[in-house]
Design a protein around this ligand. Structure first.
Ligand code: PDD
Length: 291
């Protein structure tokens, strides 16, 4: 039985209870974050907490995220996940519980703060080398998907469309532009140039996306942040998704059509290796500190 964090308390998951008046439950009035840990070492936790802080500020939820770095580490320890190769901490903060009424509660109520940790597994090297498939789906989300709110119904439906099609990823398309996956960002390689949508209100500013762009630039690759149109997908040399639990995931078919030569491309491979090296360096740096 896992131990979770709820409003300052550490409780067995089965005993964690929230009110039916919780505005997260009633209105999806909240934000969340998924932070990666590798053998117990956080990876760019500061960037994840910064994104959470800006989401809370935008939603006008008064909560200081500073305690969450410690909470996350404690969750890993309490759930014996410090040696897990890959794990995540999920954090959700809602505006709290108050009788149902659309506007913010007149009298401020404490936000609901919930977090849990769990392990996840990477695909095997053979699976990665075969690559993954995606289907395109219409993007039916609202106009501020840069805020990581818990209102994920369109993402849920998009991901289910991928599952129903027997593929790994759903590529969300709006106005002819391939924006991002159900839970990951999207990249293409065109004539050697690494391309991804710029940070605007129509994609989530993914932390992995940012790291992968840094890696591409460090490696001297040409990088361009611009929209990728669906008609261009047929001309792409390589396509891949990035995200906390996707890392760098090569896409070798979209809607049944092969991408490039139908295998993960060399730039995708280089960026994936670069990400894994950065993770190893973070682990080594953490070991140095505890030595
Ligand atoms: N998803 N785009 C969307 C819509 C996402 O939900 C996510 C993350 C990303 C990638 O962001 P990052 O690199 O910071 O993980 C892009 C999380 C992992 C989730 O909902 O499970």
């Amino acid at each position: 039985m896992s131990t979770v964090y709820l409003n300052g308390a550490w409780v067995p998951k089965s005993e964690a209870k929230i009110s039916v008046d919780d505005r997260g439950f009633l209105f999806a009035d909240g934000v969340y974050e998924v932070t990666p840990f590798y053998e117990g070492v956080p990876f760019h936790m500061d960037r994840h907490l910064d994104r959470l802080r800006s989401g809370l500020d935008w939603m006008r939820i008064d909560y200081d995220v500073d305690e969450l770095a410690g909470v996350s580490r404690q969750l890993l320890a309490m759930n014996a996940l410090e040696s897990a190769e890959t794990s995540i901490v999920y954090i959700q903060i809602t505006r709290g519980a108050a009788p149902r009424s659309h506007p913010f509660p007149k009298e401020p109520v404490p936000p609901t703060v919930y977090a849990f940790a769990k392990a996840w597994s990477r695909p095997s090297q053979e699976e990665w080398d075969r690559g993954f498939e995606a289907v395109t789906v219409p993007d039916r989300r609202w106009a501020r998907v840069d805020v990581k709110t818990i209102a994920l119904l369109p993402n849920v439906l998009a991901y289910q469309a991928a599952v129903d099609a027997g593929v790994a990823d759903a590529l969300q398309v709006r106005d002819g532009v391939a924006l991002e996956g159900a839970h990951n960002n999207f990249f293409g390689v065109f004539d050697g140039e690494v391309v991804t949508h710029p940070i605007t209100n129509v994609i989530l500013p993914g932390i992995t996306r940012g790291v992968v762009l840094e890696l591409a630039r460090e490696n001297g690759l040409a990088v361009r942040e611009r929209p990728i149109h669906v008609e261009e997908l047929a001309d792409a040399d390589e396509l891949f998704f990035t995200g906390t639990t996707s890392e760098v995931r090569p896409t070798v078919r979209v809607d049944g059509r092969p991408v490039g030569d139908g295998r993960p491309g060399t730039i995708t491979r280089a960026l994936s290796r670069g990400l894994l090296r950065r993770i190893e360096r973070a682990k080594e740096a953490a070991r140095e500190v505890t030595r």
